[in-house]
Design a protein around this ligand. Structure first.
Ligand SMILES: Cc1ncc(C[n+]2csc(CCOP(=O)(O)OP(=O)(O)O)c2C)c(N)n1
Ligand SMILES: O=c1ccn([C@@H]2O[C@H](COP(=O)(O)O)[C@@H](O)[C@H]2O)c(=O)[nH]1
Length: 350
């Protein structure tokens, strides 16, 4: 078992940093060629021609105070295809992606979790997230036909080799249990004791050198919107902290996908069933006011509008077409219903 200690975001100990890098590079070397993925596997991809457009749903527009956009600098353009994180045929980033498990029960449908995890280049459980990953591994093993399992005797009474263990476990280790430490005894544990940042944020400190080295840009995070509100807000804050051009972080819960839209022009290709079933989506100006937001493709569109807490926050929105466009001068959290739909489909009447 490898234990490495890291003083979080304020890393003062260069020797510890070098030890972490060595441990991770050793880890990656041992994983070898199995980690490389074909070029066509991309989360972000150019939207293709779509046949069979759904009918256009009625839209309503909120006109904001500011009518001017600054046209001197063309906005950065981003294309998002969340279907890649929803459907069985999703594709992944050119060099693969990172998977992170946070300290909540894994609620994303198991087949999606297993595909994302299996195809990940780097897998990390964050502190108590490792307890939940252990539960997931055991549940999957128990639910799999014996003939499909690789043979292995262990005291859980079923094979636990079907779902791989994490490549590393990070955190201040106040939540991981002894049982889980034992269960993942061959997984490197990297201690991040700093109490000025969340374990989730600190996990990026550990992962980033590897992400840079392996050109990994997409991070899929299994979290859940149940549990502590402070942690949920903290997780959104981590999205803001990680908002580099080269890093896209997706929070996946049992019924939603959430990510950060940076200033620029975004095209989000919405899976058709979400459009036809009028599932929810939201644009939330967490942290600061967005002064100039224009959207198309939503039922309640914005036109050079201001979004802020205490003012307009676009929750309980839905789609009018399959392509949503959002032009924003400030960061916005985009969240959309996906996977299991406990929420009632919105009426298609306007
Ligand atoms: C201004 C301020 N407020 C609060 C804290 C406390 N704090 C912020 S992040 C953090 C670590 C949280 O660790 P994490 O494992 O993510 O959550 P836990 O389950 O331990 O609460 C702590 C203690 C702080 N350092 N500074
Ligand atoms: O209710 C919760 C609790 C935790 N998280 C996330 O998981 C990590 C690790 O949590 P630990 O309690 O330290 O094991 C934490 O940093 C949060 O990002 C959560 O999302 N919801």
């Amino acid at each position: 078992m490898i234990f490495v200690r890291l003083n979080g975001t304020r890393c003062r100990n260069m020797a510890a940093t070098a030890a972490i890098k060595n441990a991770i590079f050793k880890l990656l070397r041992s994983a070898g060629a199995a980690l490389s993925l074909p070029d066509e596997w991309r989360i972000l991809k150019q939207s293709g021609n779509i046949s069979g457009h759904p009918r256009n749903f009625c839209t309503k527009t909120t006109i904001g105070f500011r009518q001017q956009m600054d046209h001197t600098v063309p906005p950065k353009e981003y294309k998002w295809v969340p279907n890649n994180l929803i459907s069985e045929n999703f594709t992944l980033g050119a060099n693969g992606h990172v998977c992170i498990v946070l300290n909540r029960q894994v609620q994303v449908p198991a087949h999606v979790v297993k595909r994302l995890w299996k195809n990940a280049t780097l897998r990390c459980a964050v502190d108590g997230g490792s307890n939940h990953w252990r539960d997931f591994v055991i549940a999957q093993a128990a639910s799999t036909e014996p003939k499909q399992t690789k043979s292995k005797n262990d005291n859980e009474g079923a094979s636990v080799e079907l779902v791989d263990p994490p490549d590393l476990i990070t955190g201040d280790f106040d939540s991981i249990t002894e049982e889980t430490v034992e269960f993942f005894k061959s997984t490197p544990k990297i201690n991040t004791p700093d109490q000025d940042a969340t374990d989730f944020t600190k996990a990026f400190t550990v992962l980033q050198p590897v992400m840079v080295q392996r050109k990994l840009h997409d991070v899929v995070v299994f979290h859940d919107c149940s549990g502590r509100l402070d942690q949920i807000m903290g997780n959104l804050n981590t999205l803001y902290k990680m908002q580099k051009e080269t890093c896209n972080v997706y929070l996946l819960s049992g019924n939603s996908i959430t990510w950060l839209l940076r200033p620029g022009k975004h095209t989000i290709q919405i899976p058709l069933d979400l459009v036809t079933n009028q599932r929810w989506c939201a644009l939330m100006p967490v942290g600061s006011t967005a002064h100039n937001v224009t959207t198309t493709g939503l039922k309640w569109n914005l036109y050079h509008a201001q979004l802020d807490f205490g003012g307009v926050v676009s929750t309980s929105n839905t789609y009018s077409t399959e392509f949503v466009q959002v032009q924003t001068d400030s960061n916005l959290i985009w969240s959309m219903g996906a996977y299991e739909f406990e929420d009632k489909p919105r009426s298609t009447h306007s």
